[in-house]
Design a protein around this ligand. Sequence first.
Ligand code: OOG
Ligand code: NI
Length: 415
Amino acid sequence: MKDTAPTTLALVDPDEIRTRFCAALSAMYRAEVPLYADLLDIVARVNAGAADAASTPARVDIERHGAIRLGTPAELAMMGRAFAVMGMAPVGYYDLAPAGVPVHSTAFRPVSEAALARNPFRVFCSLLRLDLIADPDLRAEAAAILATRQIFRAEAVALIEQHEAQGGLSESEVDTFVAALLETFRWHQEMLVDRATYERLVASHRLVADIVAFRGPHINHLTPRVLDIDAAQAAMVAQGLDTKDSIEGPPRRAVPILLRQTSFKALTESVRFAGDTGAPGQHTARFGEIEQRGAALTPKGRALYDDLLARASSADTAQPYAQRLALAFESFPDDLETLVREGLIYVRRMADGALEPLTYEDFLPVSAAGIFQSNLGNEQRETYAQQGAQSVFEEALGRAVLDPFALYAAMAEGG
Ligand code: OOG
Ligand code: NI
């Protein structure tokens, strides 16, 4: 009887698939954007020199987040299924309209403590909001262009379906899946549109052009985690990288919270417009970013954070921003005991009874809108009157997004 049983192949752990995909993406991005290799060198140097090597999480060396921007609900739905193969679920809803960017987004990431420890690879994934394109002709044209493109390889889609049917992928299927899905994230120099259409898209919004004019959602940055962002920023400046002036997020603290990020300005890359045999054109979107991660805040802690950030932005603008920020954040407790006692951060209890802050695994794109803006040029600062539309996003995705606070709360209790 045994002989007639169908052969079942061993299925590869989704954490392993995610790790292989992240490594493949990093290698591809390194080849596409040489400055990324410079960033990785700086980050490796800073992390190796970090004072507290003993408490450095093992995952830091491979830790990355990427970002992509999609054009249609169907693309988002398939992308969600692709990330599910790698054990990544949509967490949080981000409305970027208040930052003047016509997209809404989620972050695909692992959610369990074990999966996060193995490889916390996350992808900030945005969906274009065509409804925010004011000109109805351009809106219709953008929709028609997007309807013609297929951003997924047929093998990738077949293996996503295979994963859903059999509950996983075998070794050889994983190799094919990783290689095929990688193509979706690749840079394409050949544009889908001609120069005139590209220019109309840019006039609507640079980000609209970055999505609609291309054959696929090229990875637009891939961010390593650094343990001391001030040291890394200084090294970037010393190395002559075209770095943003200030670090986004909270000021430097004894107990780091949330996320601090900095980036170098977007690259100018050459592109070929459809039907154009003349000189190549230029597109500016992709950039380099690094980040330092701190403690996850409770809803109470986050409300205080948002409040203090708003206070820093609206305070006397004759003062440098860094100074206003430092002043405002004097009201945010900066020792573990008070943070815990006041219920501002999530912590886990260690075997010896000590408390350890849970790392913030998510994003802050609106409060750190500068990151999103850094690749748009500073001229486009208009915001949109329309509200975010989480239900519209979830309908496109085909499922609800998870609540990040609920995930942290569960991890804090389980720890
Ligand atoms: C994503 C911006 C969000 C971050 O680190 O906050 C992000 C984008 O530019 O598409 O990556
Ligand atoms: Ni980022």
